[in-house]
Design a protein around this ligand. Structure first.
Ligand SMILES: [Zn+2]
Length: 749
């Protein structure tokens, strides 16, 4: 560990000592949804659970599962699905493999060459390294490409577009650079990769190249592989470019499971498949293209770490690009393992992780998958000694996550009605590393998460993962968050398998993982391998065990709680914050627009421009009207009251020993459907598949979350009618939750 880190951990330890004094969620406190007595039984169970976890299992299973390519449709993925199913069966789970026929294009041809002013044929390949045993395993391995790129054979001048997000095109416009009929070169980062070709096509470009700039992902950050963990010269990032913010999953069957006889779009009809060719390249291959660009010098913030002056173009760099794909339907295998509950068998706790990777998938996703398997092994073995969870536990291994959450989405769409009736929560994990607990999810589960983190020890420091996270927040300057009773969990955008459960079906969801200590550049390359992971990921798998303890507790507590452990005060607090944010956003946009229009009137932009540079004077913008947020304010105020009453009524009922069986099951039936009350059947504008009114990935971000999306994106896009509509729709959703809470208080009373 370099010196700088030593100094930081000393600061962390001092902060730890200081924070140790602050009040904790004490161990003898009854857990949310449990009585004092059932809390004790639960803690005993968890102690037995922890004692049986074995890091060596995680290591051995990762080595086994990552020995061959494991992308959907590969022999390796099929073998891994069957092997995972076999493990579950051997641990006593009722196990099956659900198969879906998904569209998964693989490359038939990839060719890119710089044809002017000089010639260079791009390598489009990753080297074999002696230090990395599987880097030489080429059988069935996918080359570097972007799934759901269009077929195409094009030649044109190149334009450098920075991250290629909408704001970058406004900057290009200001420089008088037009991408119509051009090939754009974008760097990875800043958004979901599918946004880049989507915006480029929207602006008239005919193809997109996406490269990893070493400033974001390479030698600027540290030593490159195999010396260090960062991306080397000819490392490239594979990945899907489907327009996931419209809908994830199989592009041909939105909203329904991709069963063999499902009705399907044609490839041409599918709105989430790109209409222009796209290909990822390494910074080694991007260098000659960037060196051959002329035109305006790129703005400072656009400059990466390659040894050259970054220019915008267009040209004189000209590129000829030809890509073609096998547009095949491919079997995706979801492994489903069920342990039936003893008291509430029709209440399901679902715990999932994907097992498919772009190549060997050691870090992404197997580091999380092996933790899930170890949780299941111990739970299965405890069940074989006669213990049973009260609710049914369903462990799932998803196939085809990498192309666009296909395995989980098809399963969720296929079983949608039953899941909305029976699922009480979905707990996701994906890649896992070393460092700090990271949890995103439904805020009705924020208190629940904050009762788990004090019970899991951080393997490195010996304090709890809660204390370590609190110290990081405090040292990172987020003192307000660090001082809260409940450390914040982040709202979920997209990027992993929780999306269909939370944002399509309205099932409370969590996404859990450790990280923040191991940077690196193996993501979606052949170097995301076992050899890489045991050097730069989690060499001892102790954070894999920490994940198993964290997600294992979440699963077991949801399965055994007397009353579903949802707390609504946390939810109301977060919604209040989001409301303040969108009001502020409208106000700031109004001020900025007025200021901008004043500058246009004063011809200030022209006067301030550098006469040596091409500069397009911007036009006036539409003024931002005053918006009426009163319906939302009323709904949030009502929600805060209803939540406070419910939370306190539940606390006193549990302190008195809980409810009788009838009241308990009526209350749980009500609570099971609460998150669904936050959804709208018609969904969001332009994307009905996304139905949650509080959380969604941004239409133009793909990964990044937009809270209160109908209003927030309406403001950002100046769609004032949409804003007015969704102020009402979100208020109605919150009122539905308040209705439910008042009914629940009636039961508790
Ligand atoms: Zn993943």
């Amino acid at each position: 560990m370099p010196r700088i880190c030593v100094r930081i951990s000393l600061a962390v330890l001092t902060a730890l000592a200081a924070l140790a004094a602050t009040p904790q969620q004490s161990a003898d406190h009854a857990l949310l949804g449990f009585t004092a007595e059932s809390t004790r039984a639960q803690r005993d169970l968890e102690a037995r659970f922890d004692a049986q976890l074995d890091a060596d299992n995680l290591r051995n299973w990762m080595r086994h599962l990552s020995r061959h390519p494991t992308h959907v449709g590969s022999p390796g993925a099929k073998a891994n699905a069957e092997w995972i199913a076999e493990q579950f069966r051997s641990w006593g789970f009722d196990t099956r493999i659900d198969e879906y026929q998904v569209l998964f294009p693989t490359p038939r041809e990839r060719m890119v060459e710089l044809v002017a002013p000089t010639r260079y044929t791009l390598r489009l390949g990753e080297p074999v390294l002696a230090e990395d045993a599987t880097s030489g395993v080429t059988q069935d391995r996918l080359p570097t490409y972007n799934a759901y790129s269009a077929d195409g054979d094009v030649e044109a001048e190149v334009v450098y577009v920075n991250y290629g997000i909408p704001a970058d095109y406004e900057e290009l416009e200001r420089h008088g650079v037009d991408v119509r009929g051009k090939i754009v070169l974008a760097r990875y980062g800043g958004s979901w990769r599918g946004i880049k070709p989507k915006v480029a096509a929207d602006r008239g470009a005919i193809a997109t190249l996406i490269y990893s700039d070493p400033r974001d992902d390479g030698y600027f950050q540290g030593d490159v592989y195999p010396e260090g963990p960062y991306r080397m010269e000819h490392g490239a990032q594979r990945g899907s470019v489907q327009d996931m913010p419209q809908y994830p999953g199989d592009p041909l069957t939105p909203g329904v499971g991709a069963t063999a006889n499902a009705e399907r779009y044609t490839v041409e009809e599918s709105p989430t498949i790109m209409k222009i060719p796209v290909l990822p390249i390494s910074y080694g291959d991007a260098l000659p293209i960037l060196e051959a660009l002329g035109g305006p010098v790129a703005p400072t913030s656009w400059r990466g770490a390659l040894p050259l002056t970054y220019h915008l173009g267009p040209g004189p760099a000209r590129v000829h690009m030809r890509v073609a794909f096998n547009w095949d339907l491919t079997p995706a295998y979801d492994v489903i393992a069920v342990l039936r509950g003893s008291e509430y068998p029709d209440e399901w706790v679902i715990r999932g992780n994907h097992f498919d990777g772009w190549a060997f998938g050691a870090g992404d996703p197997l580091s999380g998958m092996v933790a899930l398997l170890e949780e299941a092994r111990v739970v299965g073995e405890m069940a074989q000694t006669g213990w049973r969870p009260k609710r049914t536990i369903v462990y799932t291994g998803w196939d085809a996550e990498e192309p666009g959450l296909l395995g989980s989405t098809e399963w969720a769409e296929h079983h949608g009605a039953e899941l909305q009736e029976k699922a009480i929560a979905y707990i996701n994990s994906d890649g896992n590393g070393r460092g700090f607990m990271g949890v995103g999810g439904s805020h009705t589960l924020e208190r629940f998460v904050n009762q788990i983190s004090p019970d899991v020890e951080d393997p490195q420091t010996g304090v709890t993962v809660r204390e370590r996270l609190k110290a990081r927040l405090a040292v990172g300057g987020n003192r307000e968050a660090a001082s809260r009773t409940d450390l914040p969990i982040s709202p979920l955008g997209s990027g992993s398998d929780y999306t269909p459960f939370l944002q399509h079906l309205g099932i409370p969801s969590l996404n859990i993982g450790y990280g923040g200590e191991n940077g690196g550049g193996s993501y979606h390359s052949i170097f995301d391998s076992f050899d890489y992971y045991v050097r730069f990921g989690d060499p001892t798998f102790e954070y894999g065990v920490a994940l198993a303890k964290t997600a294992g507790r979440a699963t077991l507590r949801l399965a055994n709680a007397d009353v579903l452990p949802l707390r609504f005060g946390n939810f109301a607090d977060n919604v209040r914050t989001y409301l303040q944010e969108v009001e502020q956003l409208a106000e700031t946009m109004r001020d900025d627009t007025e200021h901008h229009n004043l500058l246009v009137d004063q011809n200030a932009f022209a006067l301030a421009a550098d006469p040596k540079q091409t500069y397009v004077v911007p036009e006036k913008k539409e003024t931002v009207p005053y918006l009426n947020f009163a319906p939302l304010h009323n709904a949030v105020a009502r929600l805060e009251g209803a939540a406070a009453r419910y939370d306190s009524h539940l606390a006193s009922a549990m302190a008195k020993g809980g409810l009788d069986a009838d009241a308990n099951s009526r209350l749980n039936a009500l609570l099971q459907g609460m998150e669904q009350r936050m959804t709208r059947a018609e969904g969001l504008p332009r994307r009905p598949w996304f139905r949650h009114m509080i959380y969604a990935p941004g239409f133009w971000t793909g990964y990044g979350v937009k809270t209160l999306p109908g209003v927030r994106e309406g403001i950002e896009e100046r769609e004032w009618e949409e804003v007015r509509l969704f102020v009402g729709e979100i208020a109605a959703a919150l009122d539905r939750v308040s209705d439910g809470l008042e009914e629940a208080v009636g039961i508790l009373d």
